[in-house]
Design a protein around this ligand. Structure first.
Ligand SMILES: [Fe+2]
Length: 384
């Protein structure tokens, strides 16, 4: 057996016996194919223009051979050849299922043999070429998707870092409420999750909550940090932090949907809030949820003019505001959240970094919190 290179390619004639084998051989050699009859002759580096002719006359006649040849010569064009009389349809179906790409009926002569082999070699070449293009395309698509995902994560990180810097700046200025922004972010998002907010919507709530008082950057220290009561004029100046906050947040595209909390967090259910005096359903839901959490955190925190109240004391003060300051339905959801959970959220918010994802992890770990009954107490004035 000589080398496998030939002008027309190489054909392995396999599973065809007797006179039919000889007719096939002669026809192929006339067409300048090299014919081999042993699988072992394919070698480790099969030629690209290799056709394999297989006798497919009996059921299961060639399935095993095809599987072996597919491994030995994955680039070869497998062609079935029928040489025996009788119905070969079942064997052909099996052979096509196993991987032949064409079949020749050589019982009436071998005229169709060479054109079929040539066509099969060309089809196999095209198949391989398409497979390679498809694999390369899929790989490139995967690479691009990964790069895009990484870029999105980098942008998200940059957003989070910008947010953290802004919040830290606020907290530095207003030492008395240090940690308040992140805590109310946690509280409001937990409440929002309780009422069915999706992860995407929670992200806007979180951003809005931690930036709720961003407008206070523009309030003079003499008013913002004044230890005693504010005069009427000073109170009017203080109120402007809502519209200043709105202006600031609206200018940042990725914070657009978060604007409702900085803008509306001092609105009241009864319409007595500011800056617009919205009432009831006119107030965006995130701002209504935030109002509850903002008051709750203020009550639970120590300030220079008050001690920290307990959970029960805080709820007792808030209860008369159900339907006045607060949305009554949201209040009812709020008060069902147990004290242990608020405490856990408080602790986690002080310890964790202020990334949104970290907060979601904290929520997931607090799933098993239980409800604690509350007790009603008299009202106390709190400055927010
Ligand atoms: Fe505020």
């Amino acid at each position: 057996m000589g080398g496998l290179s030939h002008r027309s390619g190489t054909v392995l004639l396999c599973g065809v016996s007797g006179e039919a084998n000889e007719r096939c051989r002669q026809a192929l050699e006339r067409a300048r194919f090299q014919v081999i009859e042993e699988i072992a002759s394919i070698g480790d580096d099969p030629p690209s223009a290799l056709a394999i002719l297989l006798g497919v006359d009996g059921p299961n006649a060639c399935t095993q051979a095809i599987q072996e040849l597919r491994l030995r010569a994955p680039g070869a064009a497998l062609v079935g050849i029928i040489t025996q009389p009788g119905d070969a349809s079942e064997a052909l179906v099996q052979a096509f299922r196993a991987g032949i790409i064409d079949a020749v009926d050589a019982r009436g002569g071998v005229d169709d043999l060479v054109p079929s082999v040539k066509l099969a070699i060309e089809r196999r070449r095209l198949q391989i070429s398409e497979e390679r293009i498809s694999e390369a395309f899929t790989r490139e698509l995967g690479r691009r998707a990964r790069r895009l995902g990484e870029a999105v994560l980098r942008i998200e990180d940059a957003y989070e870092e910008t947010l953290a810097a802004l919040v830290a700046m606020l907290d530095l200025r207003e030492q008395a409420t240090a940690g308040h922004s992140i805590r109310v972010g946690y509280y409001t998002c937990y409440l929002a999750r309780e009422v069915g907010y999706t992860r995407r919507a929670l992200q806007d709530v979180y951003r809005g909550a931690v930036l709720h008082d961003i407008g206070k950057i523009a309030i003079p220290d003499a008013i913002l940090l004044k230890p005693g009561r504010l005069t009427d004029d000073e109170r009017e100046v203080m109120k402007t932090h809502t519209v200043i906050g709105r202006g600031f947040v609206e200018r940042v595209p990725h914070l657009h949907k978060a604007v409702v909390i900085p803008w509306c967090h001092h609105e009241r259910w009864d319409g007595q809030g500011y800056p617009r005096g919205l009432a009831g359903d006119e107030i965006p839901v995130p701002a209504r949820m935030f109002a509850l959490c903002d008051v709750y955190d203020a009550l639970r925190s120590e300030r220079c003019y008050k001690k920290a109240l307990t959970h029960a004391e805080s709820l007792a003060i808030m209860l008369p505001e159900r339907g006045a300051h607060f949305d009554p339905e949201l209040f009812d959801v709020f008060r069902q959240i147990p004290e242990s959970l608020w405490d856990a959220l408080h602790t986690a918010s002080m310890q964790a970094n202020n990334r949104f994802e970290t907060m979601l992890d904290v929520f997931a770990s607090l799933e098993s919190a239980t409800m604690v009954p509350t007790e009603v107490r008299p009202t106390e004035e709190i400055r927010l």
